[in-house]
Write a protein that binds this ligand. Structure first.
Ligand SMILES: [Zn+2]
Length: 279
């Protein structure tokens, strides 16, 4: 990737364009969350164990949404990568694979988009190889697109997302209501403390992001209030009638307080006499 290009990052997801929705599970603070409904996750696993000798692949279909905690991915389906070229430790999306995927997408999920891809690593763990990174950089290079890797032999799974131009393993993802650790060892006994520290760090980072966003919103509303108030004042003082009556009032105040108080009383006496009937 060119150095001049802005690094792809989940932090660059434009929130304005996203639909507001509620995240389907209870969760911790995360910068970006990925949710699989149980049946979609089960369908991916079913595909993954069909051949444990070669790598199998497919795409993830869904929607990018947002809630008060930030953006999240809600996956609603998976399309198998038929006609993909399989080798023992490598998978390639061919032209036929893409044609098949787009046909299925139009037919089954016309209002959804490709939010990532999945593939298997039979017997060698959940990570992204150099070839996987090439695929991710070339076909899944939008900030919210993710990779999901399954080792059907060990059962290890990993979710990966864009961070500062690199594809990094996510700490968690959600399957149904269950929060799963994506990092190796985070659920192991010895890793408990490390997990807690990492969770705390992620939580803090997400909270800071949230706070910064709120502060930005607040300062914009403050600027808007000041502008509106200023415009109101300007409008009030440029109205000819208001300006005139304002001057009249100032003039009257001035004349009644500069020895004109007697003259004022005389004026009112005269007015009273002329108005009384018959004199
Ligand atoms: Zn791979």
């Amino acid at each position: 990737m060119a150095d001049t290009q802005e690094a792809i990052d989940i932090g660059h997801i434009a929130l304005g364009e996203l639909r507001q929705a509620s995240f389907p599970a209870a969760e911790n603070w995360e910068l970006f969350r990925v949710h699989f409904p149980s049946e979609v996750h089960a369908a991916i696993l079913k595909h993954a164990v069909e051949d444990e000798e070669v790598e199998l692949c497919g795409v993830l279909v869904g929607e990018v949404c947002k809630d008060e905690k930030g953006p999240f991915l809600t996956i609603c389906g998976a399309i198998r990568g038929e006609h993909a070229s399989h080798q023992a430790a490598q998978v390639t999306f061919t032209q036929e694979t893409w044609a098949h995927i787009h046909r299925e997408l139009d037919l089954l999920y016309p209002d959804k988009r490709i939010v990532g891809w999945y593939h298997t690593h039979p017997g060698f763990g959940a990570f992204l190889s150099r070839m996987d990174l090439f695929i991710h950089e070339n076909f899944f290079n939008l900030p919210w697109q993710v990779a999901f890797v399954i080792d059907p032999r060990s059962g290890e799974e990993g979710a990966f997302c864009w961070k500062k131009g690199k594809v990094e393993r996510m700490r968690h993802y959600w399957v149904g209501q269950e929060e799963r650790a994506s990092l190796e060892g985070v659920t192991a006994g010895a890793g408990d403390l490390a997990k807690k520290v990492r969770d705390l760090e992620t939580g803090l980072e997400a909270f800071q992001n949230h706070f910064r966003r709120r502060l930005r919103d607040l300062s914009w509303s403050l600027i808007a209030v000041v502008i509106v108030f200023g415009l109101m004042l300007l409008w009030l003082f440029t109205l000819p009638s208001v300006r005139e009556s304002g001057w009249n009032r100032i003039h009257f105040f001035w004349s009644t307080h500069q020895g004109g108080s007697d003259a004022g009383r005389q004026d009112s006496d005269q007015l009273g006499r002329s108005q009384s009937p018959g004199g």
